[in-house]
Design a binder for this molecule. Structure first.
Ligand code: NAD
Length: 318
């Protein structure tokens, strides 16, 4: 299979590309991998340094449909990770989010169809469902986004599904929990907590730290995407959970404990606007239809993640 990955120089995309090149998903038979990424502040070619000779790379804006169409020629599948991805930035200004996430998704869909791609996996987020006080959201739950980021992703999901319905392109939308693991930009919670402590600062916790998130290791996320790429039905939606729910305060205590530090290194900061209290997805569809099981144990994987940031100071200290 010839696979094109948008946003492949970002956190999750680069992990997915590495897994493809390393042959982690033999069922896909990935014979050629192309990355399309315009290297925003969040994308680094360094993230792909160890596989750079094994992939075709194009520094291209996904909104440039004609150029993307040319890059996609001859590809069997597109995995669309490229997006503006940080909620706080979207609160500062939502415009780049609407451009890259909504317009950009339409652009990649049109390019994929024009190039004759046979499969399209659109990577979305649990944030499109908004906050839920209890229980878990299934794929047919209403979309109720609360941040400009989440609204742009909800818009992109609808764009992708409508494209599938209209033009027959086999599109699968995935909605995953919060990811963690190596190569994640330090603006996101877990790397922010770790690197702030390593740099001698205190963990900045929004509000009282009561917001609950489900944590999904990036390796489990990539494995789920590979399963779906291998054969999800036309115009389908799948949730991907990690199975490790916790309040941000509990997460902060785990990271403090791993680094041998105490609660005096916590700093409560004014809450994020419209901060969602809790997300939790019901991923039983993926489990039942594809046998998905997240393999990473949080207690072990968080140690490995901390070790990665300790071993790769130059990657994040810039
Ligand atoms: P990231 O910010 O680390 O990477 C995004 C990548 O997209 C970067 O390499 C960037 O250069 C590229 N990009 C952005 N705009 C582009 C454009 N206009 N043209 C070309 N490339 C562009 O993001 P991530 O954390 O790896 O997230 C990947 C996808 O997964 C996103 O769609 C995000 O919404 C989704 N997601 C992420 C999480 C998470 O916890 N990180 C959770 C749920 C869903």
């Amino acid at each position: 299979m010839r696979i094109a990955v948008t946003g492949g120089a970002g956190f999750i995309g680069s992990n997915f590309v590495r897994d493809l090149v390393d042959g982690r998903f033999p069922a896909l038979g990935a014979e050629h991998v192309t990355v399309i990424d315009n290297l925003t502040y969040a994308g680094k070619l360094d993230n792909l340094a160890d596989v750079r000779d094994d992939i075709e790379f194009h520094r291209t804006d996904i909104c440039d449909t004609d150029v993307v169409t040319g890059h996609l020629a001859g590809h069997d599948a597109v995995v669309h990770f490229a997006a503006e991805s940080h909620v706080d930035r979207s609160i500062d200004t939502g415009l780049p989010f609407m451009r890259s996430n909504v317009f950009g998704t339409q652009s990649v869909l049109e390019a994929a169809a024009a190039a004759g791609a046979g499969r399209f996996v659109h990577i979305s987020t649990d944030e499109v469902y908004g906050s839920i006080p209890a229980g878990a959201t299934a794929e047919d739950a209403p979309l109720a986004p609360n941040s400009p980021y989440a609204a742009s992703k909800a818009g992109s999901d609808l764009v992708a599904l409508a494209f599938s319905r209209t033009h027959g392109l086999p599109v699968t939308v995935t909605r995953c929990s919060n990811n963690y693991g190596p190569y994640q930009n330090v603006e996101k919670a877990i790397p922010r907590f770790i690197t702030t402590l390593l740099a001698g600062g205190d963990i900045p916790l929004y509000g009282r730290g009561t917001n609950v998130r489900d944590w999904l290791h990036v390796g489990d996320h990539c494995a789920a995407v590979a399963l779906l790429l291998g054969g999800a039905p036309l115009e389908s939606v799948y949730n991907i959970g990690g199975g490790w729910q916790m309040a941000n305060l509990d997460l902060a205590h785990i990271i403090l404990g791993e680094l041998g530090l105490g609660p005096d290194r916590l700093s409560f900061v004014p809450d994020r606007k419209a901060h969602d209290a809790r997300y939790c997805v019901d991923d039983s569809r993926l489990r039942e239809e594809f046998g998905y099981r997240p393999e990473h144990d949080f207690a072990k994987a968080i140690k490995e993640t901390i070790a990665w940031y300790l071993d790769n100071r130059s990657w994040w200290s810039e």
